[in-house]
Design a protein around this ligand. Sequence first.
Ligand code: 13P
Length: 260
Amino acid sequence: MRTPLIVGNWKMNKTASEAATFVGELSQHLSPPPTGVELVVAPPFTALESVGRVLGSGSLIQLGAQNLFWETQGAYTGEISAPMLKDLGCRYVILGHSERRTLFGEQGDGIRRKIQAAFAHGLRPILCIGESLAQREAGSTNEVLTQQIHESVSGFSAENLTSLTIAYEPIWAIGTGRSATTEQAVAAHQTIRSVLAATASPVLAEGTRILYGGSVTAQNIASLLASNQVDGALIGGACLQVDSFATIAKLASITRSIGV
Ligand code: 13P
């Protein structure tokens, strides 16, 4: 049984002090805490410390980062390493987001090195993959997903891969208000699971959480999670308001506990 995971990717939003106020309010909204769901917030690097301090140890809400660099330390101006994130209390790290791929030129092998660094330092990577609209319209969605998995995930030990999460984020759905339908998400998740089964093992594929991301809201989360293929969500815009993120977290808890 895969525990649903709801991750808020704040992208480049909120200063350290805004972030601290926000998570304080979020914790209040999530009382009593929703059960049977794991919650993660991924603020900008500059807010990790203040958010971690407000949350404290043993919080229901866990800390994630939005990126890392694969080296541990050294002359890499502007970069942040896995041990630095770990030291601030991060448990998860989002890697290979489409904004990193398209705006900052990230590619499969570099993303693979970042995943390796996450594994090496005890961080749980959330690998983002997804097709563009042109690729979907050309009928190459499955091919794109397969290639993205192969280039970034092959060659790791089964032990490492148990801490991997994959987020299916079709590029055309990100920030557009046009979410994938439940059917489209389920089909992509089935493809991803079967590629994982072939690349790693069927047991590993069965245990790996696959999230959906792209215009997730409090209005569509329940229908996306209704399928047992969708194990949670990676949320952008809707995670920036306390109300909507808290509602999504509660709906994720309810949807799974009643086994819709
Ligand atoms: P939106 O929820 O704003 O579409 O963003 C999705 C996303 O990119 C999360 O990583």
